[in-house]
Design a protein around this ligand. Sequence first.
Ligand SMILES: NC(=O)c1ccc[n+]([C@@H]2O[C@H](COP(=O)([O-])OP(=O)(O)OC[C@H]3O[C@@H](n4cnc5c(N)ncnc54)[C@H](O)[C@@H]3O)[C@@H](O)[C@H]2O)c1
Length: 387
Amino acid sequence: MVRVVVLGQGYVASIFALGVERIKKGDLGYYGIPLADELPVKVEDIEIVGSYDVDETKVGVTVYDVVKRYWDNGVPESLRNITIRRGVHLNSLKSMPIKANGLEEKMKLSNCVDKLVDEWKSEKAEVIINVCTTERIKTFSSRDDIEKAIESDDREKLSAAQFYTYAASVYASENNGAVFVNAIPTPIANDPAFVSLAQDSKLVIFGDDGATGATPLTADILAHLGQRNRYVRSIAQFNIGGNMDFLALTDSGRNKSKEVTKSSIVRDILGYETPHYIKPTGFLEPLGDKKFVAMHIEYINFNGAIDEIVVNARINDSPSLAGLLVDLVRLGKIALKRGEWGTVYEVNAFYMKSPGPANSHNMPRILAYEALRKWAGLPAVSKGGTV
Ligand SMILES: NC(=O)c1ccc[n+]([C@@H]2O[C@H](COP(=O)([O-])OP(=O)(O)OC[C@H]3O[C@@H](n4cnc5c(N)ncnc54)[C@H](O)[C@@H]3O)[C@@H](O)[C@H]2O)c1
């Protein structure tokens, strides 16, 4: 069994909970889960034991009630067993049309840490997944700075993701290990201060920012062009969607954090900079969760020929990440058993837009897939052929 706590009961977390329970009931197969039934930890072993949010309409109600807001086609009754608890807010939802309240309104941050750690102990949490709203980027220069920010109750300095990672490290050190999956752009696996804290606290961190749709596809197309020595002259890639995440990204500070994680693929894979525009560009409500993705890549071929690749797609946003989370929690359990404290590049390189640790490179996902399989102890046979 792998016991999971979710931070941010939004669209992604809801589709994750729904899909896992439907698989357990036998209603659904493994499509969209890269490692499907290959791992020793089975999808059916996943047990969601806790959920946190700060939206006043979600705190205190069950996961069943929230999932129903996103899916009206029969929600498994088992999700009535999890009641959403209050998390810390730290301005995550500032300027969003949502009434939010965090634990910190009634207590100091250090007490919030104690409260969450106690709750995670009672839930016997093993893997904590962060799928809260995209935040503005902040980084810490040292572990001391993180600890000082908590002790001095400095609410401006800490983002919610950073606070939760710190709390997870305290929990891990008292619990003999835990895993924190950071599926959002805030640098956690890419912040050496947090990785060092994790190493000493028996915490495994996976991150940062789930690589779900156009970004890994762009990475593979760039690798394809790179291997054929075609020179890429420009890349345009944008997404427009109608879910709350896209609404949050209309805030330029939050969008910047996505831009950074998405753009990191260009230099890493091509080995040179080229003019590019890669970011979520807009909110259009009728598109809902099924975002519109457009990509244009222009490159120089033999004899100076100029070629262009144009991709248009409609991609369901939340299921794309939720399917990856199913693997990440199971890989987390494996890392936990092995005691691989800190962060695991082989996992991050396949699943994350900005794979930690800091300064490690993006690699083409077709190669990252093989490295991941090796790490997980699976045979090196990729789907679609032997490597
Ligand atoms: N394909 C994808 O959907 C995808 C891919 C990569 C990364 N992500 C990241 O996943 C995250 C979630 O996406 P989503 O579509 O589910 O968004 P969402 O807005 O539907 O859900 C976010 C949830 O987090 C809650 N929340 C906000 N601040 C919180 C806090 N401090 N503590 C606890 N809960 C908090 C919100 O109330 C909301 O319920 C985003 O940060 C996004 O960048 C999504």
